[in-house]
Design a protein around this ligand. Structure first.
Ligand code: XMP
Length: 180
């Protein structure tokens, strides 16, 4: 038995992911022109996406991380906790590209963006791997995104269920009996 056995169907395979990241990396690079910026990757979910994305961006960039987690396991996001944020000098007067795995209700990304602005960022743009617009409860849209996804719980390529499946090289829907 392997993680692959728990997947009902593949939504985006490795080739589709590569093509989408090439497109988004080019959009990001065009969006910043000659300027450098700092990529702020939201742990843990965006680490796989961010590491592929930054290697396709030719601008002078720096990399920072912040950790955000929702209280409680399961498939519904709860109260957001920011575990650590980049240091003041990594944020103040910097142009930041906040990178997350999935934009779902929008609560996480909008709170994190607010927090970075409050701490003195010059600008904060957002880039997400997946976008689930049907679930939005906070009015936010990402500046850059790879894929729109239907209202399904998805795993792989950094996204987890109860801590597992981040290592899948594709995005898949988990077999329903495993989480319902
Ligand atoms: P919000 O609702 O704040 O959620 O936009 C963003 C965070 O919720 C998690 N999330 C998911 N994780 N499969 C996952 O593995 C999903 O389908 C899913 N939907 C939301 C994720 O941590 C994200 O950063």
């Amino acid at each position: 038995m392997s993680v692959h056995d728990d997947i009902d169907r593949i939504l985006f395979d490795e080739q589709q992911i590569k093509t989408a990241i090439d497109r988004v990396a080019a959009e990001v690079s065009r969006g910043y022109g000659d300027r450098g910026f700092t990529v702020v990757s939201v742990l843990k979910g965006s680490c796989v996406f961010a590491s592929d994305l930054i290697r396709r961006i030719p601008n002078r960039i720096e990399l920072a991380f912040l950790a955000a987690s929702s209280y409680g396991a399961g498939t519904e996001s709860g109260e957001l906790r920011i575990d650590f944020v980049p240091t003041g000098s990594e944020i103040e007067d910097r142009d930041l590209l906040l990178v997350d795995d999935i934009l779902d209700t929008g609560r996480t990304l909008s709170k994190l963006r607010e927090e970075l602005q409050r701490r003195g960022a010059r600008s904060v743009r957002t880039c997400v791997f997946l976008d689930k617009p049907s679930r939005r409860s906070v009015p936010i849209s990402a500046d850059f995104r790879c894929f729109e996804v239907e209202n399904l719980f998805v795993v792989g390529y950094g996204l987890d269920y109860a801590g597992r499946y981040r290592n899948l090289p594709y995005v898949g829907a988990l077999r329903r009996e495993l989480y319902s």
